[in-house]
Design a protein around this ligand. Structure first.
Ligand SMILES: [Mn+2]
Length: 427
């Protein structure tokens, strides 16, 4: 199924009067505070967040999985689903593939379909955390860090194969996340595990095309519960620095121990020009992969405040990070969940754009703690949703993507086309 412009227009007419009232009210306030509202809307509209190919079906836990019906059965259908999101919010214009779950069998057809829907291919993701049915070696005790050279080589070759698939589709980045680590004290020689990982990554790095980046994702625990080889941003940063200028750290919001100050990590990585990728989700306890902004929206705002500062004051080699959602949907409709996540990301971004940087710096230089907090929270407490709606309207999207999704009966149609019992590849 596809959503057409006239369907979106029809939905928008129902909400237009209400939107206009809210937008005019906010515009007057922001303009009085010295903001260029059109410039804000342009920036908000330009932020595109990639959707991972594994997030389009129901996610499971190790206890159970409860699919909701109409899940995409193929890579083509996954791309169609991202196309539906993008038609509604005009902000999900990229898809991030996971190999081998989503191997493009006919790259040129896949590329054509994506471009018809206004989508590009974001970073490609390798998988060395599970054994594939035909695999001759096992990742049970690691992949790039494995004690046996044959296993390391298999994992290196897989990553190089992923790069080849990415090249066919026009991706320009490889994300490497390793489950490598140990479950029990004494199991692993930390130094050897690091050195093997570094050597394996060097081989993969050597296969990167000139215009590609490598994103190194860290995680403190799970599936290994005692140690993880790339456990934190410092280890990822160390590897990225040793590898070279095409290697960057990737921050996944769920990959931190409770109460870690993620915004400070972001600030440091951006200062060094080494923040390459970003995975959005939210969590209460661990890597819960919940809807972005559902648990800690203020933390998300503080992180975006540092991201905006970093982008406005770039290090010489600083790229704009690749934005991606990395979430799992156990009880929600995956597409509705993704619409909510994109909205939460853009709300935090828009609020961060409202921070008066000059006033904030003045307050900091004067040790005016009270005013520094006021400035941040004034921005955070602004209801910026009319700005997001206006940016969607100007881009041909829906004023209210979630309500349009329901009013258009998207899930019902998908179930009609694909059936109740379909299962999407992924986690
Ligand atoms: Mn991730």
């Amino acid at each position: 199924m596809r959503i057409h412009a006239d369907q979106v227009g029809e939905q928008n007419r129902r909400h237009e009067a209400r939107h206009r009232e809210a937008f005019d009210f906010l515009t007057a306030r922001l303009a009085a505070d010295g903001h260029d509202v059109d410039a804000l809307i342009t920036k908000i509209g330009a932020l595109q967040i990639a959707v991972p190919s594994w997030a389009l079906g129901a996610g499971g836990t190790r206890f159970a999985r409860f699919p909701g019906g109409g899940e995409p059965r193929s890579l083509e259908e996954k791309i169609m689903d991202v196309g539906l999101l993008h038609a509604l919010n005009r902000s999900s214009g990229a898809i991030s593939l996971h190999i081998p779950w989503d191997i493009p069998k006919n790259a040129s057809e896949i590329k054509t379909l994506a471009s018809e829907l206004g989508l590009v291919f974001d970073a490609v993701n390798s998988n060395t955390f599970q054994d594939q049915p035909d695999q001759t070696v096992s990742y049970k005790y690691g992949s790039l860090a494995h004690a046996e050279k044959a296993v390391r080589k298999h994992a290196v070759d897989h990553n190089i194969e992923v790069i080849e698939y990415g090249k066919q589709l026009g991706s320009t980045a490889l994300t490497v996340w390793l489950a490598d680590g140990s479950c029990f004290p004494g199991q692993l020689n930390f130094r050897k595990a690091f050195q093997r990982t570094y050597a394996s990554l060097q081989e993969i790095y050597a296969a990167l095309p000139g215009d590609w980046k490598m994103f190194i994702e860290y995680k403190p625990y799970e599936p290994n519960f005692y140690s993880t080889v790339i456990q934190d941003w410092g280890t990822s940063f160390l590897l990225a620095n040793k590898l070279g200028e095409k290697a960057y750290t990737l921050v996944d919001l769920g990959h931190h121990l409770p109460n870690t100050n993620i915004e400070q990590i972001v600030a440091t990585l951006m200062m060094e020009g080494k923040l390459g990728g970003f995975h959005f989700n939210d969590s209460k306890y661990g890597d819960d992969d919940l809807t972005v902004g559902s648990i800690k929206p203020y933390q998300l705002f503080l992180i975006f405040s540092e991201l905006v500062y970093g982008m406005e004051n770039p290090a010489s080699s600083n790229p704009t990070p690749a934005w991606m959602i990395d979430a799992s949907h156990n009880v929600k409709d995956p597409l509705e969940d993704l619409l909510q996540s994109v909205e939460a990301i853009k709300v935090a971004y828009a609020q961060a754009l409202l921070v008066d940087r000059d006033e904030l710096e003045a307050a900091r230089e004067n040790n005016d703690t009270v005013m520094a907090q006021e400035i941040l929270q004034n921005a955070y407490r602004t209801d910026v949703r009319p700005l997001l709606a206006e940016s969607r309207l100007r881009a041909g999207g829906a004023l209210d993507p979630l309500r349009a999704f329901r009013a258009l009966g998207v899930r019902k149609q998908l179930i009609g086309e694909r059936g109740m019992k379909t299962v999407s590849t992924g986690l």
